[in-house]
Design a protein around this ligand. Structure first.
Ligand code: GLA
Length: 732
């Protein structure tokens, strides 16, 4: 890993694991992107510059076309591949920065002022970002008024990811309104790429969509004050012939949990501009003289080993530099959660029966989901009243906690800290805590309102109320839920000219809560959740090592959801439960073995009414948990190779390979069986070609090269929705 500056060519070379990212300060002082891709040497790249066609040029201020230039007559900001595109001054592409000065001036011309290489990576104030060390900071400034921008770059020697962000500095003597403050931009040569995004909705999160790019702007975004299930804050830019295992793939993943936009613009001069950050649709930030605005960080991942390689780079970055280090490699709690077993209808006896039935099976944590507090007997009441409902739970939480602990299990509890029900003591006492716009009635979402996390006193209430429960009870696990979107983007805590700061301030409020609840209780394991996976983003992973992937626990549907989620997130981030059939969301019936095999491809758990378990059910569950324990290290630390794509075939396949390639597991799934099934050779990937492996279920040993060339003939019986697992063990 290194950051090098070549003074002669004024070029920065950022060398990470397998990647080089290069840009120069060109003769106008513009930070001009030169190259991003597989590792290359430090040649002078200026002769190879990506300069677009020259029509309609508008030369930078004071530089007419006749000005002699080593750049020939191509001297327009519009045609320079960009590290930070700004509005006006002849650049007609998507700007990363738009602002308004006191005098109404909305232009910017940010040119090189200097740079420094810091030995330690500075973290963003109040927002999660990657850990790291050596960091390049390039200072850009507008000579007209002193407005500035610092571009931060960090590279890593253990993953092909570059962390980037921008910090805007108001060095003027007046207040500036930031109308758009994106985190980055970079350019790629050509504009014939394909784009991969992860779309979804409730119970259908992160399905993969691949589409050719086009001239003009392609956007993935959220307008919901959360990262949302609609489109994940991730996009991949790949060559048209890039496959899962080969070809160029760039991944862009924003570490942010509020409204965002990621844009890919195909320009008529043959380039592609990639930019994005906080969504400016609902954003205007008042930046006083001397103040700075820190933007969220983006992870840029590159791999020449296809889409799978890009995913593995992101997985490594998140596991090594984002997820809490104390948690990332630690075996996860294996939970029994009562939600689908009882919904709101439970008492101590029912909960005890559910827990007792699985004691001794290896399930080690009982999680009491929604409904334990206030007058919460349906989803219409009680949110915000974080004190136990003793009518339901006689003796308070301590009775059920003591019972669960006596079974040798840990106790976990559900909260939805950011919300309030209209029918709650909190709302009756503090109606003003709920977000509302002046003179307007509030929208309901799941019958509830949202608390104004932009206000310190509201956050203080939440922190005190939640921490009180956590401190007074022996709670070792928390599920932090979030079940609706902001609809009235307004805070009574801000003046009129700062209302468009709401969406970003809400995210800062969430991170503040996480600091003061999650990080302040390091002995408690926290899992994120949002109506399933509606806030499954890298920033949340900085607090929650795993996130509930989807309320849809049907194994068939989960093959799509988990496949898509793995594009941008490691398996260990995905919380996956074995649930009952017919499935509560789809009514589909799948075999229990299939449900377990698919749930085991993440942080596994159980969510069904176990109180009626037979001895046979118990024995089967114990065997499943034992099987999971035997593969858990692979789930936590292994490299993922997606071998069969359920979006385009009748199969789903995940192969997880240990870093040293001595151990691997292939889980294969066939959706529909049929009479006279074709002979299916399952793809095998990621092994060491020169090692020899034993494969469970097969006689003899095989070279890695043989296995990866021939694959494995699937051993699947007749029937629908079936799985098979194969373990590969290196014998030399
Ligand atoms: C959300 C979650 C579920 C469950 C319910 C409780 O929908 O995704 O897992 O916790 O809330 O109300």
């Amino acid at each position: 890993m290194s950051i090098t500056f070549s003074p002669d060519s004024r070029t920065f070379y950022l060398d990470g694991k397998g990647v080089t990212y290069a840009f120069c300060i060109n003769e106008y002082g513009y930070a001009e992107h030169l190259y991003y891709g597989s590792a290359i040497g430090h040649d002078d790249l200026r002769a190879m510059r990506m300069l677009g066609a020259t029509s309609y040029r508008t030369t930078p201020p004071g530089r007419d076309l006749n000005t002699s230039s080593s750049y020939g007559d191509i001297n327009s900001y519009h045609h320079f591949p960009s590290e930070l595109s700004f509005f006006g001054t002849g650049d007609f592409r998507e700007p990363a920065l738009m602002l308004t000065h006191e005098n109404g001036d909305r232009l910017a011309e940010l040119l090189y002022v200097g740079h420094e290489i810091l030995p330690e990576k500075p973290r963003i104030t109040g927002m999660p970002s990657l850990r790291g060390s050596e960091t390049l900071v390039v200072h850009l400034g507008d000579a007209v008024n002193g407005f500035g921008c610092d571009l931060y770059y960090t590279v890593y020697d253990d993953c092909g990811v570059i962390a980037r962000r921008a910090v805007y500095r108001n060095g003027t003597d007046h207040t500036v309104m930031l109308d758009r403050a994106y985190s980055f931009s970079f350019s790629l040569p050509r504009n014939d790429y394909e784009l991969i995004s992860l779309w979804g909705t409730w119970a259908k999160e992160r399905h993969v969509e691949r589409t050719p790019m086009h001239h003009g702007v392609f956007t993935v975004d959220s307008k919901r004050t959360t990262s949302s299930a609609t489109l994940n804050p991730f996009i991949a830019v790949v060559d048209p012939d890039t496959t899962e295992q080969a070809g160029s793939a760039y991944g862009v993943s924003l570490i942010y949990s509020s409204s965002y936009a990621l844009k890919v613009e195909g320009t008529s001069d043959g380039q592609t501009l990639v930019t994005g950050g906080i969504n400016d649709l609902d954003f205007r930030w008042k930046l006083g003289a001397g103040e700075v605005f820190e933007t969220p960080e983006v992870m840029l991942a590159y791999s020449a080993e296809g889409i799978g390689g890009m995913s593995r780079a992101l997985h490594d970055a998140m596991r090594s530099h984002l997820i809490p280090p104390a948690r990332v490699h630690q075996p996860r709690p294996i939970v029994i959660n009562n939600w689908e077993a009882t919904y709101f209808n439970f008492d101590n006896d029912k909960l005890k029966a559910i827990a007792q039935a699985v004691a001794g099976t290896g399930i080690d944590t009982f999680v009491l989901d929604d409904g334990w507090f206030g007058n919460r007997n349906s989803d219409r009441t009680g949110l915000g009243d974080w004190f136990v409902n003793t009518e339901k739970l006689e003796g308070g939480l301590s009775t059920i906690i003591a019972y669960v602990n006596s079974l040798g299990m840990k106790f976990g509890l559900w909260f939805e800290p950011e919300m309030v029900s209209e029918d709650s003591e909190l709302f009756r006492a503090h109606p003003d805590y709920a977000i509302a716009a002046p003179d307007r009635a509030r929208c309901y979402g799941r019958h509830q309102f949202m608390l104004d996390l932009t206000r310190a006193e509201v956050r203080d209430y939440i922190v005190d109320a939640v921490n009180k429960v956590l401190h007074e009870n022996h709670i070792e696990y928390v599920k932090w839920d979030y079940n609706r979107n902001v609809t009235e983007s307004y805070s009574i805590g801000r003046p009129a000219d700062q209302q468009a700061e709401f969406a970003h301030r809400y995210a800062l409020g969430v991170y503040d809560l996480c600091e003061r609840i999650v990080n302040a209780n390091p002995d408690i394991f926290f899992e994120g959740c949002a109506s399933g996976g509606a806030r499954f983003d890298p920033a949340m992973l900085a607090y929650f090592p795993q996130i509930w992937t989807s309320d849809d626990t049907d194994a068939e549907e989960r093959t799509y959801i988990q496949y898509g989620t793995s594009m941008a997130y490691p398996l260990s981030a995905m919380s996956c439960h074995v649930s009952v059939v017919p499935n509560h969301q789809t009514r589909r019936v799948t075999p229990i073995e299939t449900r377990a095999d698919i749930a085991h491809l993440g942080a596994t758990g159980y969510e069904l009414d176990t109180s009626a378990f037979t001895d046979e059910d118990r024995a089967r569950t114990a065997a499943q948990v034992e099987a999971y324990k035997a593969m858990e290290q692979l789930v936590l630390e292994g490299d993922l190779w997606r071998t069969e794509d359920p979006h385009t075939s009748n199969y789903f396949g995940f192969m997880i390979v240990s870093k040293d390639k001595t151990d691997a597991l292939l889980t294969a799934y066939r959706r529909m069986g049929s009479v006279n099934n074709e002979v299916k050779h399952l793809r095998v990937a990621g092994l060491d070609a020169d090692k020899t492996y034993r494969v469970s279920g097969f006689e003899g040993t095989f070279r890695g090269s043989t296995l990866m060339q021939i694959g494995l003939p699937a051993k699947l019986p007749k029937g629908d929705f079936l799985t098979a697992t194969y373990r590969f063990t290196a014998v030399d």
